[in-house]
Ligand binder design. Sequence first.
Ligand code: HSE
Length: 400
Amino acid sequence: MTREKLRIGMFGYGCVGQGLHDVLNSSKGFKADIVRICVKNREKKRRIPMSNFTFEKDDILNDPSINLVVELIDDADAAFDIVTTAMKKGKNVVTANKVMVANHFKELVDMQGKYNVSLLYEASAGASIPIIRNLEEYYDNELLYSLRGILNGTTNYVLTLMHNQGTDYAAALNEAREKGFAESDPALDVEGWDAKFKLCIITGHAYGLFLEPKEVFHYGINTISKFDIQYAKEKGFKIKLVPYVGKTNENTITSFVLPRFISSDKYLYNVDNEYNGIITEAAFADKQFFSGKGAGGHATGSAVLSDISANSYGYKYEYKKYQQGTVSNYTRDYKLEIYLRYKNEKDRNLFGFEEVSEYFSGRLYKYAIGIVNLQRLYALRKQLPGMDVFIVNTGRKGIN
Ligand code: HSE
């Protein structure tokens, strides 16, 4: 296959943009020409000469010699505007913007066909782990039962510090921010949004359903307390934030994001710090485990570089599972076993436990372990952030 000569217009020069710049400079085999970088902040000191930059997006979008737009900005609405304008002008696009892709997934898929352009976004989910291309190319004919894992580096970093060093939540989150893992608004990380956006993108490639993020239940780690860590430790578990998507029957899937207890014999137990890990379970390939850095400029930059390189060969996602159309339904009617740490009995009653196998009532907190329906959790989603509770999927019922 011949390679097209790429002339790149880049948007954003933050953590990932600079990471990509470093990665491109050190890459021996592949050279791409970054013609211009569009940034917003005119005052900020840059580590390369100002002649590389522009503040006008049209300097890139209206330049006919630029054939690839690499979008690495923070603002999802501005990113959508840039990406769709570029596609309409016949330019291929590489992006790392999970919020944008997840929120406009179907529209972006349709636009690629309509304008005959390619949009690649490997860096948007799992950073350095090539999960999207694997799902597209390797699992295209596999019967995929489920996919679960750790898709957010910030929360994993926080949970690792809390578990291993007894660091308190706020200090651990500060450290994750200082290291450049967190979103500008870290609520996206700790409340589980980021993991959900990534899960929705993965679901599009794993099952061919382009779910709207608001359809999917998510819960994060921002109400975790030392009691929860202590409980997990006593039982030999770590707590990880684990998004899950899987089949409930031939043509139906369910998905959610919840903290989960992980025992020491499980792959995810040793996925610590900012690392991500993904487990697929399929009919023929059986169980597989991917792991790699899930956040940070260089790790994310490496996935962007891989997309740029793939682009030079004319690579496009074919959305094979969507074409096959075997999965057509989404359900939240799904039972799972949870640990609920709470203070007031009236809070516990909201969860509609169907069975309770363990119960503890102490002076400082109480907990119950039992079966609940995902539908019920979803119905509570607006109340949950204000409640003094913490939920963990035990992983014992429903899913393994
Ligand atoms: N804030 C994200 C994370 C960055 O912590 O995983 C990588 O997508």
